[in-house]
Write a protein that binds this ligand. Structure first.
Ligand code: HEM
Length: 173
């Protein structure tokens, strides 16, 4: 997985809990505190997942709580600074979420060996979107947290529900 994901996790923990807490999370994950986290570098999926598990254990929170916090931070702060054009291009949560398949292809197509998550869309009715998540990484909880973050960013009261390991439902107001 691209280092930018670990970079965002680190910034989130350092900003909300302090650098010492992040050092503790890294130590508990079994990774050395000097592990280099660079935005475009490749990190082994297992290393990033171990960091996430360690954050949950160190802070005493569930995976969904961590995923929700990550999703809100990624959408509302971190990626907004790095990829501002998407936030100008997409005017609401609906457009933003429908753009996500293309955004993941576009943001990774110049990076070697990347396997971005892909999304398929199916409208159940005019307010209910089924979003299919396709990735071998099985991070649907993160997809749910990220979609909730999109609602927060656009200040829209959307309801996001995990339906299975590869599907979530989004109801727009
Ligand atoms: C401007 C907004 C966003 C940008 C620029 C972005 C970009 C990225 C990038 C570069 C990665 C790493 C891919 C790799 O290592 O192969 C990633 C991972 C991921 N993104 Fe996004 N993303 C955005 C928003 C979202 C949203 C809203 C969702 C969910 C609806 C989402 C779901 C995921 C998931 C679940 C992963 C983890 C990797 C995986 O499951 O395979 N992202 N994203």
């Amino acid at each position: 997985m691209k280092g930018i994901i670990a970079m965002c996790l680190k910034d989130l923990i350092v900003e909300k809990f302090g650098a010492d807490k992040w050092a503790q999370c890294l130590k508990n994950s079994g990774e050395s505190q000097g592990v280099s986290i660079l935005a475009t570098s490749d990190m082994k999926d297992e290393v990033v997942l171990k960091m996430v598990q360690s954050v949950c254990a160190t802070l005493g929170i569930s995976l969904q709580q961590a995923a929700d916090a990550f999703g809100e931070y990624w959408v509302c702060s971190f990626s907004r600074k790095i990829y501002p054009t998407y936030y100008i291009k997409y005017r609401n949560a609906r457009e933003f979420l429908l753009g996500m398949d293309k955004v993941h292809v576009d943001t990774t197509n110049t990076l070697k060996d990347s396997h971005p998550p892909r999304f398929e869309y199916d409208w159940k009715d005019d307010k209910t979107l089924i979003m299919k998540y396709k990735s071998k990484r099985s991070l649907i909880d993160f997809a749910v947290g990220l979609a909730k973050g999109v609602g927060k960013h656009y200040k829209e009261d959307i309801t996001v529900t995990k339906l299975s390991d590869d599907k979530m439902q989004i109801v727009f107001p």
